[in-house]
Design a protein around this ligand. Sequence first.
Ligand code: GLY
Ligand code: MN
Ligand code: MN
Length: 435
Amino acid sequence: MHDQLASLYPAHLATLREHADHALAFGGFDHFVIAAGTPLRKFLDDQDYPFKVNPHFKHWLPLTDAPGSWIAYTPGSKPKLIFLQPRDYWHVVPQAPDGYWVEHFDVVIVRSAADAVAQLPAGNCAVIAADGDGVEANNPSTVLDYLHWHRSYKTPYELALMREASHIGARAHRAAEAAFRAGRSEFGIHLTYLAAARQTDAELPYSSIVGLNEHGAVLHYTNFDRIPPVHSRSFLIDAGASAAGYASDITRTYATPQAAEFQALIDSVDAAQQGFVAKVRAGQSYPELHIHAHHVLAGVLREHGFIRMSAESAVESGVSSAFFPHGLGHPIGLQVHDVGGFQQSERGGSIARPAGHPYLRMTRVLEPGMVVTIEPGLYFIDMLLAELREKPVSADIDWAKVDAFRQYGGIRIEDDVVCTDGTPENLTRDAFAPT
Ligand code: GLY
Ligand code: MN
Ligand code: MN
């Protein structure tokens, strides 16, 4: 892995430099300055929230824990890393930079945040930073739009890290499934997941969703019951992992052998999901794929006897949205919900969502190098079912069947998929495959 990253990194950095050159030229700037970021202090407290690095900083180098450091780049010159190694005996001080990427930077070690700022270039800078980073940021939209657009197309170096994030996630998912089958609580499964990933909660790209039985119906369930239910029937886990700041985002749903009717529904959603993954191809409109998913999932509802109307009328009347109430997926990379999902061009602009689909996070046409999630679901959500029951279409729904499935919560199957020139690369399924 290390040798592979070392060989891929120079081309990655060359791509970033080229993008920065164009972005600065567009915006009329001479220098590019990126803050790693500053830990955020909790209100009326002396403790900080877990540190989250500026995604633009970790795009340039694999450092996710270097608060107070900066990257400075002037087109035509070697980029500079101003690395803060504070004089501090209370905390672990960040290690001096080491690794395959270091030779590509002029590294300056400083001992205070003020010394770091003093090292930044003077003049006409595009400053990508947050409030409180010690320098007035301008975050120019011309520069950010350009960079966010091009961040959609992953370099081979980035794809190597995303494969690694997927492998870590798959390893931890397998451990979590075993914990479910052993009857552990949500909290116990969560701890099992962290241990197998060898990552802390704060290192994960997002808070894990670990829901047994009915809890699978809460889309972002993060409560972690400490006591196992009397009977664990079903299990939905949406949990990812990080590799040098790149994310994986994986969901699986399981049933016990006693819940064969639910397993059959999982199998249908899984087959549908693999059909959508196969359509992650250059030229495919993502919103059209989302609408296609509604039709296929409505067909699954009909096939399993939940609805009696045609798939078309289930989509038109909003019935499919009551069971599948979120988007098909989103771009992923340095952030689990990566930037640029709605962007019209490298100059900015926004592509609207299709009417009636307020939660879709990706409206672009797929192109090689993009990585998106494909995460269809079917859920039995009390609030949405109560609304559905009041509508005229209610007559064409088998409520006894629907009610019998509330005890299982819901199903989501989520993979991270690379659009290529040909067959899509499914990072998640590849990571789960036995080697
Ligand atoms: N884990 C959040 C999502 O799937 O988008
Ligand atoms: Mn997702
Ligand atoms: Mn997810």
